[in-house]
Design a protein around this ligand. Structure first.
Ligand code: PFF
Length: 460
């Protein structure tokens, strides 16, 4: 197809389609799959969550992934530049995406840092005696509940700085030598280690009850709009959608690249990993419930931070071969986290390169250093734990929904790029989305808008 004016400058490229797919899966598969999905599913109706989840994937996840990839690929830029090429006045939408990426980068690193510490703790099972006290008192060194102290804790700070150094080095190596290599090595490694972990978990006593708890539907949950909001939120977060990340990654593909088929591989690959993680996590929880002689439903602490850093260590301490299991689990968190972290920072760095003409390396180092300093100040201290939750609510649940609606509204409603983008996809891809795709995207945007209003009223 004819390329739009102003899109002829040289841009870095992936070495091929597989590299792109692995990088996009690397972005998608992250803490959200291992750390966020099982708890979300469990809290929102267990097996019944699968229904809104799959609907969200098919109606919003895949269609919007196509749209985001199409915008990045056709307009060949990071989010602000591509959106500006869509319509002059839409540049701000891209910067909004970049801002959210920037915020995610700040706290995502903190969790990866914790996982690094826990990876090492696993060798001696340092957390075994009383994981809850170990996490709060010994590791994070939190004071009495309700008190906020601003001291830096070395066990948190040192891994955090280390994660930032590694991240900055990878980014500075560039798209091809840094980002791409990390994913080409990291993703297969992750699949293998995580596969071993899940098989091991399924062999534990009580595993079946755990898995059953995850998949036993509570259909009454389907009537709760919050469950649907959680499902759409999870799909967006998990697929890294509406952050401008998939848009940026697509902008590095060569001009004649198939967009839709790899998009499906990424979407289904990510969801498969997510469900696999759910099975692994719940099989492990089944073992814990079995040990305690209670039902899985009566277990506590199954969400986010608690799940990974308190409940899991509790189980690891009780299982035979816990050291290896622990190291594999926290090692997987680190690899999954790093490949996602790199993608958000690349989106920020790419935006600055496009805007100010900075060299990729300089831009990467600048973004890395500024983020590192802010994340160390913001989350290296003991207030971090409290901030995490607030940031998750605002950026991941509200911010991205707003970002998605803004992207669709700007490109399809105001700039009228619908048929141009559809023709673009048809011209480069093997699998051609028809008008049904556009209708879906428009309807979903309206749906997201209503969710946004709903969620805002609950948060304010
Ligand atoms: N998709 C990642 C996860 O599931 O953990 C998180 C994420 C990465 C979200 C990159 C957004 C993003 F731009």
């Amino acid at each position: 197809p004819a390329t739009p004016p102003g899109t002829h400058e040289k841009r870095e490229h992936w070495s091929g389609q597989t590299a792109f797919i692995l990088a996009a899966i690397g972005s998608a598969v992250g803490l959200g799959n291992i750390w966020r999905f099982p708890g979300q599913a469990y809290e929102n109706g267990g097996g019944a969550f699968m229904i809104p989840y799959v609907i969200a994937l098919l109606t919003a996840g895949i269609p919007i992934l196509f749209l985001e990839n199409a915008i990045g690929h056709r307009f060949r830029g990071s989010a602000p530049l591509a959106m500006r090429r869509v319509a002059r006045r839409a540049e701000g939408v891209g910067w909004f995406h970049v801002a959210i990426c920037f915020v995610i980068g700040l706290y995502y690193t903190v969790i990866i840092g914790w996982a690094v510490s826990y990876f090492f703790f696993s060798f001696n099972l340092d957390y075994a005696e009383d994981p809850a006290t170990f996490f709060a008192r010994d590791f994070l060194q939190l004071g009495e509940p309700g008190t906020v102290s601003l001291t830096f804790v070395p066990s948190v700070l040192i891994p955090l700085v280390a994660v930032w150094v590694v991240t900055i080095v990878i980014l500075a190596l560039g798209l091809h030598n840094g980002v791409e290599r990390l994913n080409v090595v990291g993703i297969p490694l992750l699949v293998v280690t995580f596969g071993i972990l899940v098989v091991r978990a399924l062999m534990l006593d009580g595993a079946a009850e755990g898995v059953e708890a995850l998949f036993t539907p509570d259909f009454s949950a389907l009537r709760d709009p919050q469950v649907w909001i959680a499902a759409y939120g999870q799909v967006f977060f998990s697929l890294s959608l509406a952050y401008g990340v998939m848009l940026t990654y697509a902008s590095y593909r060569r001009r004649r690249s198939n967009i839709t088929a790899p998009g499906l591989v990424v979407a289904f690959g990510n969801s498969s990993f997510e469900i696999l993680a759910g099975v692994g996590v719940f099989a492990t929880l089944g073992f814990l419930a079995h040990q305690q002689g209670i039902a899985v439903a009566d277990l506590e602490g199954l969400t986010g931070v608690q799940l990974s850093f308190i409940t899991f260590p509790t189980v690891i301490a009780q299982m035979p071969g816990g050291q290896i299991f622990g190291a594999l689990f926290f090692g997987s968190l680190v690899v999954a986290g790093l490949t996602s972290l790199i993608s958000v920072l690349q989106a920020v760095s790419s935006a600055l390169q496009d805007k100010f003409g900075w060299h990729p390396r300089g831009s990467a180092v600048a973004v890395g250093i500024v983020s590192a300093v802010l994340s160390v100040i913001g989350f290296g201290t003991t207030t971090g734990l409290f901030l995490l939750d607030v940031v998750d609510q605002w950026s991941n649940q509200l911010g991205i929904v707003a970002g998605a609606v803004a992207m669709i509204a700007a490109s399809l409603w105001f700039a009228g790029r619908s048929s141009e983008l559809q023709r673009h996809l048809a011209a480069v891809s093997t699998l051609r989305p028809g008008r049904g795709w556009l209708i879906l995207v428009n309807v979903v945007a309206l749906l997201l808008l209503s969710m946004f209003v709903q969620k805002t009223t609950t948060l304010i």
